[in-house]
Design a protein around this ligand. Structure first.
Ligand SMILES: Cc1ncc(COP(=O)(O)O)c(C=O)c1O
Length: 407
């Protein structure tokens, strides 16, 4: 008799975004005719830039002719795209061999799947709060105990709070897999070179591996902030980096990302090259490569013109972030992030819980955001507003907050 993977039963009930949708729906049913302004989900809203549209069309047209048609491609991605991604790292002064680049259908699948190449007894450490995928996929894989008061037994939570500028200290005990995200979702915080160096030093000393999620690296404007963990000395010996075309080029629905798995990584029981070989094996077994059409779109996004065009969209979202942050601050709310990241993280006023503030913002201002507690217990008492949206919508939302929020 087959049984289910009972680890799924450990997952904390009620995923964040369905709960937000449920409360929003109930509000709209009770208040017909009211329009709500959504600054909740980190979903892109602006259309793909002309270069990318051309790239995608080229990909489609290639499939219409016998001499350019392709079927299955390389599981690791097209050579030209792997080389183009490696060249982006060269611009940062980082040497990545194209064989260390694995093209995928996004950063979410990669950040969820990567744990499968590590031992089932690996101890994981996560930032608290964090993008939920890191924790949930390790729960499903059986690396944790039950959830108690929002914390899974067996996970080492690294608190991110106002005192440490929302970037944690290295763990004070030995862990094996460390998830870091900078620029951070949900806090909008970025890690400095020194902070990342301390994690790299820790990882090398403890033969741990850092999974570095840099999905929002394109939003960094401060030149002193690393866009890649590989800008840190020796990071290639201990880190895997995951990135995406979703936020930098509007590919949230198109689907394309990549992971860099350096050959220099050494862990407790394996020699250099093994981690790269294992990820290759994993991808060849479970994945049949990203869409050939989409990869042509990705190549176009990395062209000089594509990057120029996409930078304008990034600037557009970052102008939204500025409007949100300044608007909230003008009514006396305490805000973080929103400078090198498309998320503004605000402290809920008057000691309200994250969900109490969600209801207040929805009822008084008709604005939907994301309760910080949905990202882990460390997010309680905070709230995330996303800069992904049409500027007019953001302006309306901020005007409504300024006019209607009762503090
Ligand atoms: C930190 C982080 N990583 C990864 C992703 C997902 O990226 P993708 O669309 O490439 O799967 C998101 C999406 O919101 C994210 O916030």
């Amino acid at each position: 008799m087959v049984k289910i993977n009972s680890n799924y039963n450990k997952l904390a009930a009620g995923y964040l975004f369905p709960e937000i949708a449920k409360r929003t729906k109930l509000f709209l049913e009770a208040n017909p005719g009211v329009t709500v302004m959504k600054l909740g989900i980190g979903n892109t809203t602006e259309v793909l830039v002309p270069s990318v549209i051309e790239g995608l069309k080229k990909g489609v047209e290639k499939l219409a002719k016998l001499d350019t048609y392709t079927g299955y491609g390389d599981e690791q991605g097209n050579t030209a795209l792997r080389e183009a991604i490696a060249k982006e790292y060269a611009k940062l002064g980082v040497s990545i061999d194209p064989s260390e680049v694995f093209v995928s259908d996004g950063a979410k699948p990669d950040s969820g799947n990567i744990q499968s190449i590590f031992s089932s007894d690996a101890v994981i450490a996560v930032q608290d709060p964090a993008y939920p995928v890191y924790v949930d996929t390790n729960v499903i894989a059986g690396r944790t105990g039950e959830n108690e008061n929002g914390l899974y037994k067996g996970i080492v939570y690294m608190p991110c709070n106002e005192e440490n500028n929302f970037f944690p200290e290295v763990p004070n005990k030995k862990v094996d897999l460390i998830y870091l995200c900078s620029p951070n979702n949900p806090t909008g915080a970025v890690a400095t070179k020194e902070q990342l160096q301390s994690f790299v030093d820790y990882a090398i000393k403890n033969k741990a591996v850092i999974i570095f999620d840099s999905a929002y690296s394109a939003f960094i404007i401060d030149n002193s902030i690393p866009k890649s963990i590989f800008e840190i000395e020796d990071a290639k010996k201990c880190a895997i980096e995951i990135n995406s075309f979703s936020k930098s080029a509007g590919f949230t629905g198109v689907r394309l990302g990549w992971s860099i798995v350096p050959k220099d990584i050494v862990v407790e029981d394996s020699e250099a090259g093994k981690i790269n070989a294992l990820w290759n094996r994993r991808q060849c077994t479970f994945f049949n490569g990203a869409s050939n059409i989409v990869q042509d779109g990705g190549l176009a996004a990395l062209s000089e013109q594509g990057q120029k065009e996409n930078q304008e969209i990034i600037n557009y979202y970052m102008e939204n972030a500025r409007l949100i942050k300044e608007g909230l601050e003008s009514v006396g709310l305490k805000c973080f992030g929103g400078v090198n990241a498309p998320y503004v993280w605000l402290k809920t006023p008057n000691g309200l819980t994250s969900w109490e503030f969600f209801d207040k913002l929805l009822n008084e201002c008709h604005v939907v955001g994301t309760p910080g507690s949905g990202f882990g217990p460390g997010g309680e008492g905070y709230f995330r507003l996303s800069a992904f949206g049409h500027k007019e919508n953001v302006e309306k939302a901020i005007a409504s907050i300024k006019e209607n929020l009762k503090l």
